[in-house]
Design a protein around this ligand. Structure first.
Ligand SMILES: [Zn+2]
Length: 127
């Protein structure tokens, strides 16, 4: 698994990792399964399912982005989101970003989405 991560192009900002002497390969990416706590959730049709325990989710799992927020800061692009959540489809990631309704700056490929702490507060509080 580490090998495959190393092979991949990784555009994430590594400055903060260097600062705290965290190796990027130690950061777990992907979407965490509520059933088995492994990061094996994959998108399938309208649902997310776990390739480990077959747990199924219908809604998006926002808490993962909290890790991103604290590691890399509030700015995230579509390609960074895809890398961090291990999503292959640009359409899926675009839909996630649209659903999060984040503040956006820039256009096209340079579009930056701004995460905010409020996002995670509402998630923690439940609905
Ligand atoms: Zn699972």
């Amino acid at each position: 698994m580490i090998k495959s991560l190393k092979r991949k192009h990784t555009p994430l900002d590594t400055e903060i990792l260097h600062k705290y002497q965290v190796d990027k390969k130690d950061i777990i990416t992907g979407i965490k399964c509520e059933g088995c706590n492994q990061f094996l959730m994959k998108k399938h049709m309208q649902h997310w399912y776990c390739t480990g325990c077959k747990h199924k989710e219908s809604q998006l799992l926002i808490p993962n982005l909290k890790d991103y927020y604290f590691l890399f800061g509030e700015q995230i692009t579509n390609s960074q989101l895809r890398e961090f959540l291990q999503i292959e489809s640009i359409y899926t990631s675009s839909r996630i970003l649209a659903k999060l309704n984040l503040k956006v700056t820039g256009t096209g490929k340079k579009t930056v989405h701004h995460l905010s702490l409020n996002l995670f507060k509402s998630e923690i509080g439940g609905n």
